[in-house]
Write a protein that binds this ligand. Structure first.
Ligand SMILES: [Zn+2]
Length: 254
């Protein structure tokens, strides 16, 4: 198992890392057995999490006791102090409750900070997992890079220009729980031809990915809700039913 992963991407790297972090501690998926998970290879970023167990639910609330977000407080990036205080020291103690202690390192680390982190990554505690978010790998020291799996969220689709305004409007309507507005927008979407509908859903997916990344909001389930809907619609399901369900789930997920 790789305990250190760099998620490289413009829009959805954060969403992918969060899904991964959530899955690592999902109680139903792991049955609480870290050893079993360690046997497996690095799983796809789309790996399953149940969304229902206590771990998944506290993760979604943003208060997971074994998930840590490390951010830069200075412009030059995450420094040595932050690495020591927020990663190296906490790593000395076991997870509070779950199988893994997951550190999501959201900003670039300075070279000195990476050196300070090196030993912890080279000889990790069995429960330690490090997830880096980056736009590219240029800023990483070779010593760190060689210890990490690089997960390129590449060829990222940035949204279909034809559908971006509508997807934005829908996001806002759902966020504001503006049901009449959401319903009016829903009517527009429901009128789409199949191909347009699928392109629209891809665009909506991008919008949620952006919100998760830029505004650091926990709409963790939104990407999955949208991609599930896309899957269902590709199988010729009842369009209206699938869309209604998606709108309702997205509204509840806010
Ligand atoms: Zn779960």
């Amino acid at each position: 198992m790789s305990h250190a992963v760099i998620f490289v991407g413009e829009n959805s790297a954060r969403a992918h890392a969060l899904t991964y972090a959530k899955s690592l501690n999902c109680e139903k998926k792991n049955s609480g057995c870290a050893a079993e998970l360690a046997e497996k290879k690095f799983p796809a970023e789309t790996q399953k999490n149940c969304g229902e167990c206590l771990s998944c639910r506290v993760f979604e609330s943003g208060n997971h006791p074994d998930t840590f977000f490390v951010k830069a407080t200075k412009q030059k990036g995450i420094g040595v102090e932050e690495i020591r205080e927020q990663i190296v020291m906490p790593m000395a103690t076991k997870p509070f409750k779950y199988a893994h202690k997951v550190f999501i390192i959201e900003d670039q680390c300075t070279p000195q900070a990476q050196n300070a982190l090196l030993k912890t990554i080279e000889e990790p505690a069995p429960y330690g997992v490090f997830l880096f978010l980056a736009q590219n790998t240029h800023g990483f020291l070779p010593t760190i890079l060689s210890r990490c799996v690089v997960k390129n969220i590449k060829g990222e689709f940035l949204g279909d220009a034809d559908f971006l305004p509508l997807a934005e409007e829908i996001f806002l309507a759902l966020q504001n729980a503006d049901i009449p507005q959401a319903f009016a927008l829903y009517k527009k979407v429901d009128a789409f031809e199949k191909n347009d509908l699928l392109r629209f859903l891809d665009t909506l997916y991008v919008i949620y990915g952006k919100k998760i990344r830029d505004e650091k909001i926990f709409f963790l389930d939104a990407p999955k809700i949208i991609s599930d809907t896309k899957k269902i619609l590709s199988q010729n399901a009842n369009t209206q039913l699938a869309l209604e369900l998606m709108f309702e789930k997205l509204r509840r997920n806010q």
